[in-house]
Design a protein around this ligand. Structure first.
Ligand SMILES: [Zn+2]
Ligand SMILES: [Zn+2]
Length: 155
């Protein structure tokens, strides 16, 4: 039995390949460029700096509320299946026990509609790390912080 549940979640990118993010510190939204996993340009870091307020946070702290909501909805049915399979595995090994699978068994989570990603915000490329561009609202272009090192620049 594998007790790790992996649920592939495809979050939508905008047409330039940017993913919407929300800063856990200032709670404002921006976007970062979504590199291919293990891509040559991706910086191996364990924290990112918010382009808007410059405060760093761990790389998995940047989900927007709608992304969290979406992932909860997508992973629900998968967790449901996982639970069902493990229960059946458990009963298989028991003599004289017979499990009648109940197909209507459900945690009551519906798969949500796909998220849509509008093409808003402006691309800002940090001179120190041009391989990690971000998108920020236009009024924030005067001072943007580099995602990787936190240096401030004007886009
Ligand atoms: Zn911030
Ligand atoms: Zn930098």
């Amino acid at each position: 039995m594998n007790d790790e549940i992996r649920v592939p979640v495809n979050l939508p990118l905008d047409s330039d390949g940017f993913l919407r993010r929300e800063c856990p510190n200032c709670e404002r939204e921006f976007k970062w460029f979504s590199h291919q996993e293990g891509g040559p340009d991706a910086e191996a870091v364990d924290q990112y700096f918010c382009p808007l307020c410059g405060v760093p946070a761990h790389t998995d702290q940047w989900w927007t509320p709608s992304q969290v909501e979406y992932m909860r909805g997508v992973s629900g049915p998968a967790v449901d299946r996982f639970v069902q399979d493990s229960v059946q595995q458990m009963f298989k090994g028991m003599k004289g026990m017979k499990l009648v699978p109940n197909r209507s068994f459900s945690l009551g989570v519906d798969t949500p509609d796909a998220l849509a990603e509008p093409d808003d915000m402006i691309i800002a490329e940090p001179p120190c790390h041009p391989n990690e561009p971000v998108k920020v609202p236009e009024e924030n272009l005067k001072q943007v912080h580099c995602l990787v090192c936190g240096s401030a620049f004007t886009a």
